[in-house]
Design a binder for this molecule. Structure first.
Ligand code: 26W
Length: 829
């Protein structure tokens, strides 16, 4: 990476402390008619944020000026999800005045941590895919690239999780309750989005061709809100543009006759419903009409505005691909393809071939999963009813594509079956994205290879040039500099520079300290202090005491069967049995920490949460094991507490069934913070082990090839393991003998049955029993390794030192080089 041309500005010269202080006080006065001594914490947060916004807006305006001057190409990162977390702390970090503001607040008798804690997370995403989008736009800004993040301004984001009696309860996340101090409403960019109705064909005499006219539709207005995305120390501010829906006509009872009245109510309801809530499903397609409405709503608004903006300064739409790239974050925004075609054909009057040429040069697609249940396939009748004109265009795309398939593979029906966009009454969104996109990328090397060899084999054979890999990354500004200030400071001191903040490859210079006893001690002291911080959080939120001297073994991520939280908790049960049978066995005290939300309708996932909490309850209250094992389920896992958790972790549990986790990004956040991976050879774990060396990770379990071979043969027989392995038999039996359920033998019966006689699907689909002994053995190696303090410290330091590859800055430079072809823009203040 070349940073010479764009020297960063890590000092905050020009930051005027007194003016900042005054502005906070003035904001309190104007917003709330209050002074510092009477203002509530939330009000102080708002006042501080508004003062920060003032700093941001200067840079935002400067960025706009630079864009006007340079007319650069933009990437439009289209995503149903942006899991931003909190903004205040990171904005201060990227403005390079975090320390100064902390000091100013301190002088005013305020604690910056308390102020930051007043901010609700912007949780407009489920998990990895949404957080990746947030890291990407932050990296783009930091690297001086032009981007619009395009998404939906959900009224309710990811639900808040409460644990009651060990069960997950979902509570609405009213994140906009107190307003969002950083956002800017942009009513001047309102767009109209049309649903339903029918398509009329008229003869256009002038052009001597048919015209397609969409009539009888329901319309909604899309109003964008811009949230600033501040680059680190470079004065660049891009926008995350999220759309709100408003009825086209304000509802006005008096002025409507009966027909208008009903129409007005319907339009009002349509607008209200569309942006009401984020679908809390991760990796599971549900086929709900409202979800397709959400997709078309934000895509249509974003594409229309992109074209409008382009046309303000350009006359030739054929050159659109020189200025615009639409990156589709999974298939969710794939209606971008027919929507762009519609605009070019119906509104701009182009011929099909010209429109197709432009569209296919503007769209690129990222695949984030191979899980079959995540594939979006819309029923044709629903699709056609909601988007009649879009559907016609999809039909034509499909028709022309199938002619090509037929030409290349005459009479090979299997090719049509696998690649058709319209098939058996369904619109297959992935196929449309691949056919129309000029780039198809996976998110880790192994994942991309599996796509090419298996899931998308026929497409890869027909159009190999489209396929490429972009291994995911994470932003070190949030997950080290903000989340772990002690370690960040130490890294800078040790390597003698803070260049790692914008070029993480510098962090490799830590390697020379891996064997240094003094550095080892410092590193582990910092880890200890971070463990204390997490212990305080757990005490305050879970009322459980955990020992910061114990190993913190952590699995935090969405709850999903393929991620195998069940393997983890079954192993805890096994360890408990071992310790009870042999209280003096060699075992270093370990705290097993879980954090996970389950999709609201995902029964097995919710049962697993209950099991974890039940096992925790039994073990934590059993004095006979002397607190050697503690189990903690952290309620409401989200970006803000994740930052605290990663900093405090010793062991990073990345234990998905090999081949199932496309990449994982939590694994990278742990690594950066010096946690050692305990994992399978899946997703980006493969590349993590490659960087850090297999001697500095704990790898276990079947390979992806082995898993896929078993799957090809219809699975395996877990009952053989059950009957032959007495340790495993015991833990499974404990699921139904009441050991962890106060005598209730039915509570975990379904989990038990899933191994031996499932009511649906294959027995032990995710090979938990098959991998169990290998996992237990790896856990034992971890426990032993931790007891050698110096060896552990070395491994931990090396994990941080070798994490350079996993910055989202590297990922973004690869997208820019291979897909987006953007130029850096310099912003002068
Ligand atoms: C249609 C329902 C639905 C919702 C979300 C389907 C699929 C998704 C996402 C693709 C799920 C997701 O977050 N996938 C994760 O993406 C991360 C970023 O690339 C990867 O690191 C994770 O491995 C992958 O599970």
């Amino acid at each position: 990476m070349n940073h010479e041309t764009f020297a960063i500005n890590p000092t905050s010269e020009g930051f005027d402390r007194e003016a900042f202080k005054k502005e906070i006080l003035s904001n309190l006065k104007v917003l709330y008619r209050k002074t510092l001594d009477t203002a509530a914490k939330q009000e102080v947060f708002q006042a501080v944020s508004l003062a920060v916004k003032d700093l941001i807006v200067d840079r935002w305006i400067a960025t706009q000026k630079a864009y006007q001057k340079k007319d650069p190409k933009f990437v439009y990162y289209l995503s149903m999800e942006f899991l931003m977390g909190r903004a205040l702390g990171n904005n201060l970090i990227n403005l390079c005045c975090y320390k100064e503001v902390a000091e100013v607040l301190n002088e005013m008798g305020l604690d910056i941590n308390v102020i930051e804690d007043q901010e609700p997370d912007a949780a407009l995403g489920n998990g990895g895919l949404g957080r990746l989008a947030a890291c990407f736009i932050e990296s783009l800004s930091t690297l001086n690239y032009p981007v619009y993040g395009c998404g939906i301004r959900y009224k309710y984001g990811m639900f808040k999780q409460e644990i009651r009696d060990g069960y997950q309860v979902e509570v609405p996340d009213n994140w906009l309750e107190n307003g969002n101090p950083f956002e800017m409403k942009r009513p001047e960019y309102v767009q109209t989005v049309k649903f339903g109705g029918y398509v009329r064909i008229e003869w256009d005499n002038e052009r001597q061709r048919n015209r397609f006219i969409h009539d009888g539709y329901d319309a909604v207005h899309a109003i964008p809100y811009d949230i600033p995305v501040v680059g680190y120390g470079n004065n660049m501010v891009n926008a995350l543009r999220i759309w709100d829906a408003q009825p086209v006509q304000e509802f006005n009872l008096a002025s409507f006759d009966k027909g208008d009245y009903l129409q007005a109510v319907e339009q009002e309801n349509l607008a209200k419903n569309i942006v009401e809530v984020l679908y809390p499903n991760d990796n599971h397609y549900s086929g709900k009409e409202l979800r397709l409405k959400q997709q078309y709503f934000f895509v249509s608004a974003s594409v229309q505005l992109a074209i409008q903006k382009y046309k303000e300064t350009h006359s030739d739409l054929h050159k659109l691909p020189e200025k615009v790239c639409f990156q589709l974050n999974d298939t969710h925004p794939t209606v971008t393809v027919p929507e762009l075609m519609r605009i070019l054909l119906d509104e701009e009057g182009m011929e099909w071939d010209e429109a197709w040429e432009i569209t296919t040069k503007c769209c690129a697609y990222t695949n984030h999963t191979i899980m079959a249940e995540a594939l979006e396939k819309w029923p044709v009748d629903l699709f056609m009813r909601l988007l009649p004109r879009i559907y016609q265009i999809v039909q034509e795309i499909n028709r022309r594509f199938l002619i090509q398939v037929e030409e290349k593979y005459p009479n090979q029906y299997n090719k049509i079956r696998s690649m058709a966009i319209l098939y058996e009454g369904q619109v297959r969104m992935a196929n449309m994205a691949i056919v129309a996109g000029f780039s198809v990328n996976g998110v880790a090397r192994l994942h991309t290879e599996i796509l090419k060899k298996r899931e998308l084999r026929d497409f890869y054979e027909m159009m190999p040039e489209k396929f490429n890999n972009k291994t995911n990354g994470i932003t070190q500004r949030r997950f080290l500099l903000h989340g772990n200030p002690l370690l960040a400071q130490w890294v800078s001191e040790k390597i003698g520079t803070d260049a790692w903040i914008t070029d993480l490859s510098f962090i490799k210079n830590l390697e020379k300290y891996a064997d240094d006893p003094k550095a080892q001690k410092e590193f582990m002291d910092i880890k200890y202090r971070n463990k204390l911080r997490l212990a305080e959080y757990v005490k305050a939120h879970n009322h459980i005491d955990i020992d910061p001297n114990s190993i913190f073994d952590v699995q935090v991520k969405r709850l999903h069967e393929y991620k195998r939280q069940l393997l983890n908790i079954l192993h805890v049960m096994y360890l408990y049995n071992q310790l009870k049978a042999n209280p003096n066995m060699d075992f270093y005290p370990t705290t097993f920490i879980f954090g996970a939300k389950a999709a609201a309708g995902y029964k097995r996932a919710k049962e697993t949460i209950k099991l974890i909490n039940s096992v925790a309850d039994t073990i934590n209250n059993d004095p006979s094991i002397n607190s050697k094992i503690k189990v903690v389920f952290i309620e409401n896992y989200r970006v803000s507490n994740a930052e605290i958790i990663f900093a405090a972790s010793d062991v990073s549990e990345q234990i998905s069934t090999a081949s199932k986790e496309a990449s994982g990004t939590g694994n990278m956040k742990f690594m950066l913070n010096g946690a050692v991976t305990l994992g399978t050879m899946d997703g980006a774990n493969v590349e993590i082990v490659e960087e850090v060396g297999s001697e500095n990770a704990f790898i276990f379990g079947m390979s992806s090839e082995e898993v896929m071979a078993y799957e090809a043969n219809g699975g395996y027989h877990p009952s053989e393991i059950y009957h032959n392995d007495m340790d495993i038999k015991k833990i499974l039996d404990q699921l139904v003998d009441g050991t962890f359920s106060h005598g209730d033998r039915e509570m975990f019966r379904e989990i038990y049955s899933s191994f031996l006689s499932p009511s649906y699907g294959r027995a032990d689909q995710y090979f938990i029993l098959k991998d169990f002994q290998s996992y237990a053995e790896a856990q034992a190696r971890v426990n032993k390794a931790y007891q050698d303090k110096s060896r552990w410290a070395k491994m931990a330091i090396l994990n941080t030192a070798k994490s350079g590859k996993f910055t989202s800055d590297r990922t973004i430079e690869e997208y820019v080089r291979d897909i987006w072809h953007l130029e850096k823009v310099q912003v002068e203040l």
